[in-house]
Design a protein around this ligand. Structure first.
Ligand SMILES: [Zn+2]
Length: 77
């Protein structure tokens, strides 16, 4: 499957809101709402939009997003 095809399978054009993040050193981690992988983001993140380079999906970290423990965000449950 090509990158473009994979992108079409996983991502939508919709910008999905992220309500939880964690801090790991100098970057923030959140789970991509499109493909569910853990994504690293440069600060600041609150109210900012990011694109997951793997699935191509866009997300916006809510202004009210809660900082969680890193285990909470990275746990695969
Ligand atoms: Zn993704």
């Amino acid at each position: 499957m090509s990158y473009k095809e994979r992108k079409q399978v996983l991502a939508t054009d919709e910008i999905l809101i992220v309500n939880e993040y964690a801090m790991d050193g100098g970057e923030a981690l959140a789970r991509c709402p499109h493909c569910k992988r853990v994504l690293g983001m440069e600060l600041p993140v609150l109210g900012e939009q990011f694109q997951d380079k793997v699935c191509g999906g866009w997300l916006e970290v809510s202004h009210n997003a809660r900082r969680k423990k890193i285990e909470h965000v990275t746990a695969t449950n």
